[in-house]
Write a protein that binds this ligand. Structure first.
Ligand SMILES: Cc1cc2nc3c(=O)[nH]c(=O)nc-3n(C[C@H](O)[C@H](O)[C@H](O)COP(=O)(O)OP(=O)(O)OC[C@H]3O[C@@H](n4cnc5c(N)ncnc54)[C@H](O)[C@@H]3O)c2cc1C
Length: 462
């Protein structure tokens, strides 16, 4: 697999604090923007301005925060129920399960009692408007211009190699210039992408848009791994972290049209529609210029995703949602340990492609046999240990655990990433944090599938 330009483009500027109409929003913590009291007040104020349904309120908050915060229905609907129980709102109409919320006299009284808090929210909002018009808007305009200029070239049927390279060089030049502008910002003295960047894990949330995409190509990575290239409405697709995941929505058996959820997760619309068949997969490669997204599927024995991938053909469609949440590792580590079975190999391969020259990585990968070994691309110095099941059952620690025990790592601070069957991931983590004394802060272990479960995704923390 080749190295893809987009993978490194999103790690800049992530330490900045963002703001929105309802106050400060630390980057990477969008999911917990409001304290409960403030969300309650914000919802009540919106309802007092105009009676609204739950989904309209979610949309209104998303618009007010310019897409920075889209509260989940799982947070909004219980808050509305609480407002109803407190007597601050009443349900004015209930049409097909959709409740229209209207403010009551008590609700209006509560707003009046909290005038000071509301004024503070408004003050922050005004500050934010000033911030946007002074700082963010000019940048936003320039980014829009850039998008238009790129689109003008990329929408042509044929883009010559020479033109593509010239555009890439112009973008690289701009990136370098922007990186050097740091001295103009007195509040930032630390460059974000140099070796002096503090080590941290930055968390992001995105809107998690759903798209219906079309299969453009199907290629074989190994006998048991299929790469499906999707195209279509990929505008705005962004996957900052190697272990991001998208939700894939598959067709019901006997159909070729995927079922997309009828509304946001947890909403009455979603509950009323047919149940979508969804699984988590890694965005292996996104190429904005070619308008392509690759997903690599392990062909294991069973399951709707595997069955779909085994027979998929160009022209078929697939629903894709997200990515919604990303964890981006910042700063340089002295070494990286990456452990996976086949399900984690797409994310692992992406990670290797993103590592810079000079980095040191140790890979332990479990596959069926030597025909399943993949060739990785990386600028880093990588040592790969393949372990082969050779007909043994998948998802046991029998092979990965001894291989990990045998691995000795250099001195210094390292980062370890594990993705495989859930119980195996836990066993590997226990070995590293127990016997080996690895720092839990720099260790991520996830179950990408689980024996006896479907669509399982488990993150192993303490
Ligand atoms: C964040 C994340 C990213 C992922 N990225 C990828 C990816 O890029 N490529 C990829 O192929 N998978 C990936 N997976 C794993 C994938 O989501 C699961 O394997 C999923 O269960 C497959 O769905 P299915 O419909 O084929 O099987 P399911 O219906 O979910 O399961 C059916 C049966 O198959 C078993 N099973 C499920 N997966 C496997 C497996 N890999 N090997 C052996 N048995 C299995 C289950 O235990 C169950 O018994 C990822 C998972 C997560 C959580």
């Amino acid at each position: 697999m080749t190295k893809h330009r987009h993978h490194s483009r999103t790690t800049q500027g992530q330490g900045d604090s963002q703001q929105n109409d309802f106050g400060d929003l630390p980057a990477g913590r969008r999911g917990r923007m409001f304290e409960h009291g403030r969300l309650r007040l914000a919802l009540l104020q919106l309802i007092a301005a105009k009676p609204a349904h739950g989904y309209e309120l979610i949309k209104a908050i998303e618009e007010k925060t310019r897409g920075a915060y889209c509260p989940s229905p799982g947070v909004v609907y219980p808050t509305l129920t609480l407002l109803e129980e407190l007597g601050y709102v009443s349900v004015a109409a209930s049409d097909g399960g959709r409740k229209l919320y209207t403010v009551t006299a008590a609700g209006q009284g509560h707003l009046d009692d909290n005038r000071v808090a509301l004024e503070e929210m408004m003050r922050r909002s005004e500050m934010q408007q000033r911030y946007r018009s002074n700082v963010a808007l000019p940048v936003q305009h320039s980014m829009d211009n850039l998008k238009q200029a790129l689109r003008a070239h990329m929408q042509q049927d044929i883009v010559s190699n020479e033109l593509a390279l010239a555009i890439a060089a112009a973008l690289d030049q701009a990136t370098q210039t922007i990186a050097q502008l740091k001295s103009l910002n007195p509040s930032r003295t630390t460059p974000m992408t140099s070796s002096t960047t503090p080590r941290s894990v930055q968390r992001f949330r995105q809107e998690g848009r759903r798209r219906l995409l079309t299969v453009k190509r199907v290629t074989s990575v190994t006998p048991r791994m299929v790469c499906v290239t999707l195209t279509g409405d990929l505008e705005g697709f962004n996957s900052p972290a190697h272990d991001d995941h998208v939700k894939l929505f598959f067709p019901a058996p006997g159909s070729i049209d995927p079922i997309l959820p009828a509304g946001p997760k947890g909403s009455p619309e979603a509950a009323a529609g047919p149940t979508p068949i969804m699984r988590d997969y890694t965005p292996r490669r996104y190429d904005a210029a070619a308008n392509e997204l690759d997903i690599e599927f392990v062909l294991h024995n069973d399951g709707p995703a595997t069955t779909w991938a085994a027979q998929v053909q160009p022209g078929h469609t697939l629903g894709v949602g997200g990515p919604r949440g990303s964890s981006v590792l910042q700063g340089d580590f002295d070494w990286y340990v990456l452990v996976a079975d086949e399900s984690g190999l797409p994310a692992l391969a992406r990670r290797l492609e993103e590592l810079p020259a000079g980095a040191r990585a140790f890979v332990i990968a479990e596959v069926e046999d030597s025909s399943e070994e993949q060739r990785f691309t990386s600028n880093a110095t990588v040592t790969v240990t393949w372990v082969h099941r050779q007909g043994r059952e998948a998802g046991t620690p029998e092979l990965l655990l001894p291989a990990l025990r045998n691995l000795s790592v250099p001195a210094g601070v390292g980062y370890t990433w594990i993705a495989c069957e859930s119980n195996v991931a836990r066993a590997l983590r226990n070995h590293l944090t127990g016997e080996r004394g690895f720092d839990k802060q720099w260790l991520k272990a996830a179950g990408y599938w689980k024996h006896g479960a479907v669509a399982s995704h488990e993150r192993h923390d303490d």
